[in-house]
Design a protein around this ligand. Structure first.
Ligand SMILES: Cc1cc2nc3c(=O)[nH]c(=O)nc-3n(C[C@H](O)[C@H](O)[C@H](O)COP(=O)(O)O)c2cc1C
Length: 316
C-alpha cells in the first residue's frame, strides 16, 4: 500500500482533528467548498472500540468512500492490545493512515496518563507506537502532540519521537497546561525541523497553532521549514481557508453551503445532536448586514425543518 504522506506536494495543508467538528458530515462540506490535502477524523477511543459501546464509538470512523482526500483515523487510549486491535480494524476500513493523539489537554484524561499525559513517557510511548504499527500493517502511523506537559521539553521529546520511524508528527506548539491560552510557539517547531534534519529522519513535520489564513500558513512553512501546516479553529472563521485564492462570498453562497450541510447531516441519520449542529451556523452566517440578527433566530430553532423554514422566509 502507498504511503500517501510521501506523495503530498509541500507545503501541504491539513484540517486538524476536532472533536464533534471533523466528522463525516463536516468533512464532506469542507471537501466541497475548499478541500485541504489531508483530513483527520475526530479522536476515537481505543478503549471505547473494545467496549460494549463499540457501535456508538465506531460511528466516529464513518467515512465517505467517494472522498478524494486522504483520511487519517486518530486514536487515543492506553492499553497496548487495544491499540493493536484498533489499528488492525482501521487498516481494514480503508483509511489512509493512523494517528495517535498525544496532545489532548483535558485534565481528567491527562491525569490518567492518556493523550497529553503520554508526553515524556518514553518507554510506554515506544510500546504504543510499536503496537499500533503492528496492527496497522502497511498503513502509515503518525503522532500529534505538544511541546511538553507543564514546561517545554522540545529537544528531548522530539529527538525521541523522531527515532520512532513515524511517517509524520503534527506539533501543536504549546504545552498541555497552556491549553490554547498563549500564542503558539512556532519557533519551537523550527527547532524540531532542525532536529529532524540533523538526525536525517524521514518523518514529515506538520506545524499547528493559530494559523488563520492560507497565506499565513505558507509564510510560516517557509520561515520554519515544516512540510505541512495544520489548521483547526481557523475553519470557523473562514470555511474557504484552504483556497489559496481569496474571494468574496455572497450571503446566498454561504446560505447554500449551510443548506448542503443540513442535507448531509440529515442523510447521516441521528448521528449527532441538533445542538452540536448549531455550532456550525456561525461559519455560514457571519460578516454581512443582518447576519447577527439571523444567527440569533437560528439559535432559537429546534430542528432542521425549522432552520429550512426560517431560511426560506428570507431573501439573500
Ligand atoms: C473543538 C476542538 C476539538 C478538538 N479535538 C481534537 C481532537 O479530537 N484531536 C486532536 O488531536 N486535537 C483536537 N483539537 C486540537 C486541534 O486539533 C488543534 O491542535 C488546536 O485547535 C490548535 O490549532 P488551531 O489554533 O489551528 O485551532 C481540538 C480543538 C478544538 C478547538
Amino acid at each position: 500500500m502507498l504511503n500517501f504522506w510521501t506523495n503530498l506536494k509541500k507545503p501541504f495543508f491539513v484540517l486538524a482533528p476536532m472533536d464533534d467538528v471533523t466528522d463525516i458530515v463536516f468533512r464532506d462540506v469542507v471537501e466541497k467548498v475548499s478541500p485541504p490535502d489531508v483530513f483527520f477524523t475526530e479522536f476515537v477511543s481505543i478503549e471505547g472500540l473494545s467496549s460494549p459501546g463499540r457501535e456508538r464509538v465506531i460511528r466516529r470512523l464513518h467515512r465517505n468512500k467517494n472522498s478524494n482526500i486522504p483520511l487519517v483515523a486518530q486514536i487515543w487510549g492506553r492499553n497496548l492490545d487495544f491499540y493493536y486491535k484498533a489499528a488492525k480494524d482501521i487498516a481494514q476500513m480503508g483509511f489512509d493512515g493512523i494517528d495517535i493523539n498525544m496532545g489532548c489537554p483535558e485534565k481528567g484524561i491527562v491525569a490518567r496518563g492518556f493523550c497529553g499525559g503520554l508526553i515524556g513517557q518514553y518507554s510506554e510511548v515506544a510500546d504504543i507506537i510499536n503496537a499500533t504499527k503492528k496492527g496497522a500493517g502497511n498503513l502509515p502511523v503518525s503522532v500529534k502532540t505538544r511541546l511538553g506537559i507543564d514546561h517545554l521539553i522540545t529537544e528531548d521529546w522530539f529527538s525521541f519521537l523522531l527515532k520512532q520511524e513515524l511517517s509524520a508528527i503534527s506539533i501543536h506548539a504549546r504545552t498541555v497546561r497552556e491549553m490554547s491560552k498563549v500564542p503558539a510557539r512556532w519557533e519551537e517547531i523550527s527547532k524540531v525541523v532542525q532536529l529532524r534534519n540533523k538526525l536525517s529522519s524521514k518523518t514529515l513535520i506538520i506545524g499547528n497553532g493559530d494559523v488563520s489564513t492560507y497565506a499565513e500558513g505558507i509564510e510560516l512553512s517557509s520561515k520554519t521549514g515544516v512540510d505541512g501546516v495544520m489548521i483547526g479553529r481557523g475553519i470557523f472563521k473562514d470555511i474557504f481557508i484552504f483556497d489559496p485564492n481569496v474571494k468574496e462570498h455572497s450571503p446566498l453562497e454561504m446560505i447554500n453551503i449551510l443548506l448542503f450541510h443540513l442535507d448531509r447531516y440529515e442523510k447521516e441519520g441521528d448521528y449527532k445532536s441538533f445542538q452540536i449542529l448549531k455550532k456550525f451556523f456561525k461559519i455560514y452566517v457571519n460578516n454581512w448586514e443582518g447576519a447577527s440578527a439571523l444567527r440569533i433566530e437560528l439559535m432559537d430553532t429546534n430542528s432542521i425543518e425549522e432552520v429550512r423554514n426560517l431560511l426560506s422566509s428570507k431573501s439573500f
